[in-house]
Design a protein around this ligand. Sequence first.
Ligand code: PHE
Length: 375
Amino acid sequence: MAYTVPKLTDYSAAALEHATGECIRSGTAEAASIQNEAELKAFRDRWLARKNGILTQINDSWLKGAPKEAKREAGFRVNELKVRIHELIESTERDYRHRAQIYDRVSSVFVDITLPGIRRPIGAEHPIIRTMNEIVSVFQKLGYSVADGPVVETDYYNFEALNFPPNHPARDTQDTLFIANQQSKPQRERLLLRTHTSPVQIRTMEKMRPPIRIVIPGQVHRNDPPDASHSPMFHQIEGLAVDTNITFGDLKGTLDHAMKALFGSSVKTHFRPSFFPFTEPSAELYVTCFICGGSGKRGSDPCRPCKQTGWIEVLGCGMVDPNVFEFVKDNGYDPKKVSGFAFGMGVDRLALLKYSVDDLQLFFQGDVRFLQQFA
Ligand code: PHE
């Protein structure tokens, strides 16, 4: 109900208090119902207009009409009321403008907030990254930390410090992709795409003194034409443990534990002699085929992943060759005092088997229909 100024007959303090209180209450209620610019203006005029505005009426009726002895008290009350009504009108205008600004901003971009939203697909780990993370976490639980190094490497780290002498035939087995136009540099500084994660063994030993236990996940490249089981870019996880008195028994125990953690406790491991310039002795590690369980057969069909042998090769490994320690001897790796083991595992082939994917290329083509299946 719109406010009308009552005539006062009682000018006691209590009566004046009641009258001013009623006035403020009504003004506040009117302010709260304002919906638009026109109503705001009407509100302001109704209360403040010099001619016949509510404050003018109050002034005329309550103050001028007051008996002499009540003038002082009435004057004080009416002045107080004026201040409060002015405050009310100012804050009402301020709030209104603020709301109008927000409304303008929202409506000017034509957002229909009733439309359904745009659902952004949440990404998922790529199956190779997921496999890598799983392998890394098995070693982290054994106290290994994670290291990494550059994919574009120098001849020194990829070969020389890993005991591949210049022109040694073992270099040929690596199918290296070289960076062009490096001939003017000394051989050890020439750039290439690292063919394995082993160079990070040297880089880490240059930075950290023994004892160390690290795993190194990363991309490597070799000059292999792409097909269902080869890719010029693939992934490895390197491992390195160096301490006093590390033995081949430690190597076998660690890797046997890791294979069981990765493929299940019934998996058997099998080491075969091999050769790498940077380990001596060296071995390849095989696990019982987790597709056929080691039988070489799937029902009456031959098991393809293990080529009917019942064994799958998962990594190369060995005891760090003392010649490798010679390159980092000054950082505490005296081959007479420390020993260690290293291993290098191919990740991509394991991911293929784990997810029963029959073409390695699918991992690298970025086809969302393929990748979505792993989300
Ligand atoms: N770097 C070797 C390869 O890529 C694997 C390996 C790593 C072997 C560490 C022994 C020790 O084939």
